[in-house]
Design a protein around this ligand. Structure first.
Ligand code: SAH
Ligand code: F3S
Length: 481
């Protein structure tokens, strides 16, 4: 399974269980990473308390919110096109207000109001609790902007409304922001410095989800392995914490263990892991608890040491291989997936070959591959010329995608003949007579429905496959139900 840029910039319209007395209509659309989708659930929750119910019909909305992504230029262009569409609708419904949330809001700030006349409100990722005040401002006819980044906001006290939920899987955010400063990346600028969420509020959220029937959660952060709770505040200020705070601090491996023990039948995933921060202890905790899924999303971005250095990824190709070897030793059937950037400034054919050979070594289950997109304000944009011609980028990207497809096929075929535990998420998109679910390794499996139901853990014998999907038949319920 290879995924390219288009998939990650797909928008999704969100719908919530509406409260009866809520009369104002909210239309909310999200772009980009899982964190944005999770944030939209927080925003919907805040606005549900302000008298809003959601609608999927743009035309009837009183308030249109678009939660935006800045990670690549194409993601921003997609949002600009949507704003043009909202403009056309506003001509029919002049009372409609439009707000821009998320990373583009943070990056462009007031400039948005000048550049896009349609926009009434600009709200950065740390300012969602201010939405009630900001909405009052726009109701009174004034533009409203809040793009203040926070030292401690984690929305730990906001119970997210689950949007467009399948009732089985849910996202739980554990950290916000990022301190890594990869030279290509806009996230540290748009989402601010890294801070972690109180583990008790994380466990409470997971218990609530279990009681509502959810069976799988994904712990979310830009760099989950860097999680560190010492009573609140920025990660980089940990050194200033008291001895007591340091002694009782909770790191990612401890959090993972707490979560695994809190709900022993809840499946647990996490994303994203950064190779330089992933600890052997976290891998050991994964191995120790059956309910933690055997899959690590471990972006590497490039296989060349020279490029890794220019990207400020703080590990070498050799250290990455050591980590891969350690994972395979501790969890032999662990799936590993990647993110890759093709055509970073100065990338030579030699560097590109290093990327291909790194992929050959790991043989990733799947990956997300992107051609380099220069982001204003980043270190790479300031110091390096975006000098790889577009056709070279595209040719190298095609080679990387083709190789990933081969590896994906190889990995999927390894499952044939096995019986695996699949958690049913819903009907197959292609056939109403089949269920779709995922294995612990995150591979999609399709099988006849029989008497099974959504949310069941089912043992499935794998008989056939396409490059990324297993086709099987159920042989019984798993003991984990
Ligand atoms: N925190 C994650 C990644 C966040 S962004 C990590 O540790 O890697 C998701 C992915 O987008 C990145 O892994 C990278 O592959 C890609 N990406 C980020 N900035 C990019 C840029 N300027 N051009 C192309 N791809 C980019
Ligand atoms: Fe971006 Fe690197 Fe953080 S890719 S989100 S700066 S780990």
């Amino acid at each position: 399974m290879e995924k390219t840029i288009d998939e990650t910039v797909q928008g999704s319209v969100l719908d919530i269980e509406n409260k009866k007395n809520n009369t104002r209509k909210l239309y909310i659309e999200s772009y980009g990473c899982q964190m944005n989708f999770s944030d939209s659930e927080i925003v919907a929750s805040i606005l549900a308390n302000e008298g809003y119910s959601t609608t999927k019909k743009l035309e009837e909305a009183d308030l249109v919110l678009v939660n935006t992504c800045s990670i690549r230029e194409k993601a921003e262009l997609t949002v600009r096109k949507r704003l043009a569409k909202f403009n056309a609708v506003k001509k029919i419904n002049p009372k409609m207000k439009v707000g821009v949330l998320g990373c583009m809001a943070e990056r462009l700030k007031n400039k948005f109001l000048e550049e896009e006349k349609i926009v009434d409100m600009v709200v950065g990722p740390d300012a969602y609790k201010d939405l009630p005040n900001l909405i009052q401002e726009i109701d009174e006819g004034r533009d409203a902007v809040n793009v203040v980044l926070s030292k401690d906001e984690t929305y730990g006290d906001v119970a997210p409304v689950r949007l467009n939920s399948n009732g089985v899987t849910a996202l739980v955010s554990i950290t916000r922001g990022c301190d890594n400063m990869c030279t290509f990346c806009v996230v540290p600028f748009t989402r601010g410095r890294e801070r972690s969420r109180d583990p008790h509020s994380i466990i409470d959220e997971i218990n609530t989800l279990w009681n509502k029937g959810y069976k799988e959660i994904t712990l979310l952060g830009q760099n989950v392995d860097s999680y560190l709770w010492y009573g609140g505040g920025l990660k980089k200020e940990f050194e200033k914490a008291t001895d007591m705070q340091k002694a009782t601090s909770v790191d990612f491996s401890s959090l993972l263990e707490m979560v695994a023990l809190a709900q022993t039948k809840m499946r647990i995933r996490f994303s994203t892991s950064n190779p330089q921060d992933m600890s052997l202890e976290a891998i050991r905790v994964m191995a120790k608890y059956e309910n933690i899924c055997n899959h690590i999303h471990l972006p590497v971005q490039s296989g060349s040491n020279r490029i890794l250095k220019a990207m400020n990824r703080l590990h070498t190709r050799e250290e990455y291989f050591e980590l891969i070897d350690a994972i395979r030793k501790i969890i032999p059937d662990c799936a590993i997936s990647q993110d890759m950037i093709i055509g970073f400034p100065t990338e030579t054919e030699e560097d590109h070959k290093d990327t291909l050979s790194l992929m050959d070594y790991v043989k990733y289950e799947y990956g997300y591959m992107f051609s380099y997109s220069e982001r204003p304000g980043t270190m790479a944009a300031r110091k390096l010329e975006d000098d790889i011609p577009e056709d070279t980028k595209q040719r190298r990207l095609a080679e990387v995608i083709a190789l990933q497809r081969e590896h994906c096929q190889y990995r999927t075929e390894q499952n044939l003949g096995q019986v695996q535990e699949i958690l049913i998420e819903g009907a197959s998109k292609k056939s109403d007579a089949h269920w779709m679910g995922r294995s612990s390794q995150n591979t999609v499996a399709i099988f006849p429905k029989e008497h099974y139901k959504v949310g069941d853990f089912v043992l499935v014998k794998m008989n056939d496959c396409t490059s990324a999907t297993l086709l099987g038949e159920a042989v019984g319920l798993s003991k984990n139900n």
